[in-house]
Design a protein. Structure first.
Length: 412
């Protein structure tokens, strides 16, 4: 008997469509597609050559880090309290660090309790937590013009409308602020009133009082970001907006150890009214549970010598600022103007209107010097003739040479 054999498989027949053409994965969230990366970090990525003199970064001088003191603090913490240092911690932050921070803030004129603070993973996280706690998509945020670039990123990722308030060399104009509040009905105002990034300007006390009064009359949150306030080289300290009458219930103060201790520790903090602070703690639990315990405990031990360390840093940075100010007249084109910051890390320059600093940047890089074009710092129409220079990372000699290169790159 003949047994029928099965027909050979047709190897040319297409497999099931799902194997040939898998469905695409869902798209990225719209908020991520809307908001670009940091131009500053893009510039740093292409200017890391050792021969480059880089005025583009916002980097503290690494040779001034208290490396021995920080190393000793970590060793002591691991020797004395290893189980605590390597364990999970509370979201609000280690009590020892919050106690030390509260004492420092109180000594500077703003009575603060440890329970009034939330320790964050850098003050940048504090800004992100506030955006999560305060903003719904479509809410309006008022900012300075120009504004700290990473704040624009945070508010953009939150889906906020960002509106720039006109100002001058003293910061936000109070009359323009009142008009913007009435017109835009914003949720909050974001400010860096002391040694602002990118301009280096400081808002004087009368202007701060006018801003606080406007927020009280109109119903507005103020985020007062103060990462540079301890880096004052001359002039008198100006009180925080948070400390002004009527401002305490609507102002959040942000601070950081990045500029005065070490940015790699990623330690910041926020001081806020209780309900908002609790909301930020909930947001932080969802983000990272808590800031690294070991880093917090080591930083708490460094607080006892921090003032002396900051004094040494101020002396060096002040000399570097002076070196940059001395070299700018020869480096920048005729008709340029620039700020003279009393502290901080940055200087802002405005070239004649015919100059486009973004277009000129490749020419500067060819001369082995870099800066940040001003345009990305604007929430609205940018001034393309502006640029930001960081003066703290290089020595006075390197600054002098870098400015010579900059002059060549700008066509001087």
């Amino acid at each position: 008997m003949t047994v029928a054999q099965p027909a050979p498989a047709d190897t040319t027949a297409p497999a099931h469509a799902s194997f040939l053409a898998p469905a695409p994965v869902p798209p990225l969230a719209a908020r991520v597609r809307r908001v670009g990366g940091s131009p500053v970090r893009d510039i740093l990525a292409v200017t890391a050559r050792p021969e480059m003199i880089n005025f583009a970064g916002g980097l503290p001088a690494p040779e001034l880090f208290d490396r021995d003191g920080i190393a000793a603090a970590f060793q002591e913490v691991l020797a004395d309290t290893p189980a605590q240092a390597l364990q999970y911690s509370t979201t609000e932050g280690e009590p020892a660090l919050r106690e030390g921070l509260a004492a420092r803030i109180t000594a500077r004129g703003l009575p603060t309790t440890p329970d009034g603070l939330l320790v964050t993973t850098g003050s940048q996280q504090a800004l992100s937590l506030l955006a999560t706690a305060l903003l719904e998509p479509g809410d309006t945020v008022l900012v300075e013009d120009p504004c700290y670039l990473a704040a624009l990123q945070v508010f953009g990722l939150a889906g906020a409308r960002v509106v720039a308030v006109p100002g001058d060399a003293d910061g936000v104009d109070p009359a323009a602020l009142e008009e913007a509040i009435r017109r835009e009905r914003p949720k909050l105002l974001y400010l860096v009133p002391t040694f602002q990034n990118p301009t280096g300007r400081t808002m004087p006390a009368p202007r701060r009082a006018a801003v606080a009064e406007a927020a009280a009359r109109q119903g507005l949150w103020i985020i007062e970001d103060d990462p540079y306030g301890e880096l004052r080289y001359d002039g008198e300290r100006v009180p925080w907006i948070t400390a002004l009458p009527g401002a305490a219930d609507r102002t959040v103060l942000l601070g950081s150890f990045s500029k005065v201790m070490a940015p790699g520790l990623r330690l910041g903090w926020l001081r806020a009214p209780a309900e908002l602070r609790r909301a930020c703690a909930v947001a932080k639990q969802a983000a990272d549970l808590h800031t690294p315990t070991l880093n917090q405990l080591a930083a708490a031990r460094c607080l006892n010598v921090l003032d002396a360390h900051v004094e040494r840093v101020r002396a060096v940075y002040g000399a570097r600022r002076d070196a940059m100010l001395a070299g700018l007249p020869a480096a920048l084109p005729a008709g340029s103007r620039w700020s003279r910051p009393e502290g901080g890390m940055f200087l802002w320059a405005r070239l004649p209107e015919s100059y486009d600093t973004l277009a000129l940047l490749p020419r500067a890089v060819e001369q082995n010097v870099a800066y940040v074009p001003g345009a990305p710092f604007y929430a609205g129409e940018p001034e393309r003739s502006t640029l930001r220079l960081c003066f703290v990372t290089q020595t006075p000699e390197e600054i002098t040479e870098g400015l010579r290169r900059l002059g060549r790159g700008l066509g001087g």
